[in-house]
Design a binder for this molecule. Structure first.
Ligand code: SP5
Ligand code: ZN
Length: 340
């Protein structure tokens, strides 16, 4: 099986003016975790490249790209209250989007599994603005690249603890892309309610699973078993992209979800078994360096060896999480007989 890895030292040159959780050490931690999981395998390194304008325009509008490009020449500062930039940010952001797109193209054309280690992250970036540490929406650009390379259907599973508002909006009315998100809710960025199921032609192709603070392994297992895995089996994507933040880990300083390290492996393994298609993991958040390293290792092992990976948790879901998951199921039931 082909095993792709895209990574670059230039992702470390995107720097905040001061202390910031979205720091270059994150990438080094993720890399260490991936390298541990990859021992004994022979990954194919995929050369990182800048996204081209055509790829960027599948998600972002031309005026935003011009404005961003101009602003990134200013040295160092903030694009919005959360999202910093530095001298290396233009290259890092364009490389992140291009690398995610290239990974999606390889997976679509050649198959296998792949990992994109990159920053800045992408899933909060909207068509016309930066947001939440994100400049360009890497995973949305990658999903479009897959569609442009022959995929008819792409699934994006976003397990970052924050709702991927940018990705959700990019595909809100597009039934070629099934967007599924698990996230703490209510929480930043505020979007991602269960009743948001997409609109127009895309109605039913957005699945928002908002979980209460304190939600844990058994709650995610229940969400996967009752919603995520049946939807993926019914949708039958040509490619699955995981918008892989690791900030739902219990040690993460930015959120209050309580996943243990091993759950990332169990979730990844379950996805791989359910989808049985090429899978690419694209890094999003994750702000405790130790947890990030361990969780990337766990998730990578889950993708690499799904049949020897620990199962989803057998813990019972809590009543509050179960109620939220049921809200999502009810919202999507009109569109999916598999949820009946
Ligand atoms: C990729 C990712 O995990 N991004 C997480 C962004 C979380 N940002 C939290 C921001 C909290 C509220 N900020 C208000 C800005 C000050 N007005
Ligand atoms: Zn996040």
């Amino acid at each position: 099986m082909r095993l792709w890895v895209v990574d670059d030292a230039r992702f470390e040159a995107h720097l905040a003016p001061g202390v910031h959780p979205e720091c270059p050490e994150r990438l080094r931690a993720a890399r260490a975790g991936l390298n541990t999981a990859l021992r004994g395998y022979e990954p194919k390194p995929l050369p990182p490249r800048l996204a081209d304008q055509t790829e960027l325009l599948t998600v972002h509008d031309a005026r935003y790209l011009l404005r961003l490009d101009a602003r990134l020449r200013d040295g160092t500062g903030y694009l919005d209250p959360d999202t910093f930039f530095s001298a290396g940010s233009r290259e890092a952001a364009w490389l992140a989007a291009g690398s995610a797109a290239q990974l999606a193209r390889e997976l679509t054309c050649e198959g296998g599994i792949g990992f994109a280690l990159l920053r800045p992250p992408g899933h909060h970036a909207e068509c016309d603005r930066s947001m939440g540490f994100c400049l360009l929406n890497n995973v949305a650009i990658a999903a479009h690249a897959a569609l442009g390379s022959g995929a008819d259907r792409v699934a994006v599973l976003d397990w970052d603890v924050h709702h991927g508002n940018g990705t959700a909006h990019a595909f809100e009315s597009d039934r070629r892309v099934l967007f599924i998100s698990t996230h703490q809710w209510p929480f930043y960025p505020g979007t991602g309610a269960a009743e948001d199921v997409g609109s127009g032609d895309g109605a039913g192709y957005t699945c928002n699973i908002g979980l209460p603070a304190g939600a844990s392994d058994g709650d995610y297992a229940h969400a996967f078993l009752t919603l995520v895995l049946p939807l993926l089996r019914s949708f039958r994507p040509n490619l699955l992209l995981i918008s892989a933040g690791f900030d739902a880990h219990r040690a993460d300083p930015l959120a209050q979800i309580e996943l243990q390290t091993a759950s990332f492996g169990a979730l990844a393994g379950a996805l791989r078994k359910a989808a049985d298609v090429p899978v690419g993991m694209v890094l999003e958040g994750g702000y405790d360096l130790g947890a990030l390293e361990e969780s990337v290792e766990s998730a990578a092992r889950g993708l690499l060896a799904p049949f020897t990976t620990p199962d989803l948790s057998h813990e019972a879901p809590t009543p509050a999480a179960r109620a939220q998951i049921e809200r999502t199921r009810r919202a999507l039931l009109p569109y999916w007989s598999c949820l009946g």
